[in-house]
Design a binder for this molecule. Structure first.
Ligand code: VG1
Ligand code: CO
Length: 548
């Protein structure tokens, strides 16, 4: 017997979803009613019953970080008490973000809850998060997250059944207080989707011919996916995937695939015995870093190269409908779109803004400078998808990563690019800096510094071309006459103070005379950014914590 309980509760301050769901320190999430309040707010906004009274179906899973297992049991109990008919959950409550997106679409469910703080560290003292994805498989759009936030400020009760834990270790169907619980293999449906998109036989032949790869899953969720797909199905050598077992604290690693946090991979790829190809992915498996032997691929360049070569993979042989990138991402992909004669779109930061373009068939491939790329196969960015598309391209072109990059730059020119992050700044200081910068924008055009002339400056606002919704204050852009660009915005995924993201770009057409190290090439743009935003005066910071 199970009993349905209604618990009287009160709003909890600050349950406001950021760029990608609600993200807080784990002890905060484990505090009294905290998780429950937010989950009830989600259910209140999206509804758990259809108009005919039947219950809805949801997907549930997470990246396996600390509290993932217990949070899953709470969410199951609440789904049952709220009248949901069925929850499809990954075995042991594990699902990568792209796999969850795929399951929502494959089983035509009413949405899904993903438990993850993505690239943020995990553990009892680190971060936890909850995000809701809609029935298209994509992150809830701003209107929905705003409604959820509003609901958290007025909530007065939540519903939960009293019951024992559901056994999530066994695949198969069980029930909880009348709700069906389907425990599914987290990997198999996703792996099958990948086989429909890419030329597995060609990639298998490449591995059989001695091609060597290193995949660093950073003790996060992609381990089981990468072992199954790369080693079992594609024949990469056993041990190709390292840090392949998801751990609740990611083994103490910071599962953010960039040159700073995936340093061991970078050292190997730039060492004497470097394999042909290297990759890493983040906590929830939606990000990727790719790197060739002694050849780092910036995420903005990766998006451009993938767009230019996607037709080499079976899933994209008909060509692309359009390419979309987040505003801070470099314009390299735009140049490819122009050459291909297809549309390009510039959206605010966060995958939710790609959803409408993908649903409407206006874009096929999307990407962000933050190591995120994906396509219309799901409605999330997809780390292993990007790795497999690169492998497919390498298998067809039979060139090194370095050679492919060099040819790309020779053809399209090069958008030198870097992002500098200044972390854990006192929020009031960061806010004051951004306010002063926003206040100065109107006076900037025509201004000269570091040999550069400012052409335009604004605070990026986006009108969704599909539904007309407007998103304002998405980041300050300062554009120069030579095509260089500075972007500043504050992160919406951090859990400690504010993180300032400074994005720097400079375009060089053909042989450019610039130093080919991006930091050197960008030096005048970096100096201009510090002068314009007065970063040191406001925050006391000169040196970024992370450079990507
Ligand atoms: C960051 C990235 C953004 C990405 C978001 C979620 O957001 O910059 O591009 O979409 O993380 O990624 P912010 O607001 O901190 O800059 V993930 O891998 O957390 O789902
Ligand atoms: Co992520």
């Amino acid at each position: 017997m199970t009993t349905k309980l209604t618990i009287t509760t009160a709003p909890i301050a600050g349950q406001k979803p950021g760029t990608s769901g609600l993200r807080k320190k784990t002890p905060v999430f484990m505090g009294p009613h905290y998780l429950e309040n937010f989950v009830q707010a989600i259910f209140d906004v999206v509804g758990t019953r259809n108009p005919d009274g039947s219950g809805k179906t949801f997907v549930l899973g997470g990246d396996g970080r600390y509290f993932n297992d217990r949070a899953a049991q709470v969410i199951l109990r609440m789904a049952a008490a709220n009248g949901a008919a069925r929850v499809i959950i990954g075995q042991n409550a594990i699902l990568s973000t792209p796999a969850a997106s795929h399951l929502i679409r494959l089983y035509q469910t009413d949405g899904g809850i993903i438990m993850s703080a993505s690239h943020n560290p995990g553990g009892p003292k680190e971060d936890f998060g909850v995000k809701f994805n809609m029935s298209n498989g994509g992150p809830a759009p701003e209107a929905a997250t705003e409604a959820m936030y509003k609901r958290t400020t007025e909530i007065s009760e939540y519903h939960i059944v009293e019951s024992q834990d559901v056994d999530l270790s066994k695949i198969g169907r069980t029930a909880l207080a009348g709700m069906i619980v389907d425990v599914v293999d987290p990997v198999s449906d996703y792996a099958a989707l990948m086989e429909t998109l890419f030329d597995f036989p060609a990639i298998r032949t490449m591995f059989a011919g001695g091609f060597r790869m290193r995949m660093d899953s950073m003790c996060a969720v992609t381990g089981p996916y990468a072992v199954e797909i790369l080693e079992n199905r594609l024949g990469a050598a056993k041990g190709t995937v390292i840090n392949a077992t998801p751990l609740s604290d990611f083994g103490g690693m910071h599962p953010d695939p960039n040159p700073t946090w995936a340093k061991a991979l970078m050292d190997e790829m730039f060492g004497a015995a470097a394999p042909d190809f290297g990759a890493a992915s983040d906590g929830d498996g939606d990000r990727n870093m790719v790197v060739g032997a002694a050849a780092y691929v910036s995420p903005s360049d990766s998006l451009a190269v993938l767009a230019a070569n996607a037709h080499l993979a079976p899933g994209y042989k008909a060509g692309l409908k359009g390419v979309a990138r987040s505003m801070p991402t470099s314009a390299a992909a735009d140049r490819v779109a122009t050459a291909l004669g297809i549309a390009s779109y510039e959206t605010p930061t966060g995958w939710k803004f790609f959803g409408n373009l993908l649903d409407a068939g206006r874009a096929t491939i999307c990407g962000e400078e933050s190591f995120g790329t994906g396509s219309d196969h799901v409605r999330e960015k997809d780390g292993l998808w990007a790795v497999l598309l690169w492998l497919n391209i390498l298998a067809v072109r039979k060139q090194s990563v370095a050679a492919i990059l060099a040819e790309h730059w020779a053809k399209f020119g090069r958008n030198y690019y870097s992002r500098h992050d200044f972390e854990a700044i006192a929020s009031d200081k960061a806010d004051a800096m951004m306010a002063a910068l926003r206040g100065s924008l109107a006076s900037l055009p025509g201004h000269q510094l570091e040999g550069l002339t400012i052409q335009a400056a604004d605070d990026f606002a986006y009108t969704d071309p599909v539904d007309g919704s407007v998103s304002k204050a998405q980041g300050v852009r300062i554009m120069f006459e030579d095509g260089s660009r500075i972007v500043l915005r504050l992160s919406g995924t951090g859990t400690e103070g504010a993180t300032l993201r400074l994005y720097l770009e400079r375009y060089a057409a053909g042989p450019d005379g610039l130093d080919h190290d991006p930091q050197q090439a960008l030096a005048p743009v970096i100096r201009a950014a510090h002068a314009l935003a007065r970063i040191e005066a406001f925050t006391g910071r000169v040196t970024p914590d992370v450079i990507t």
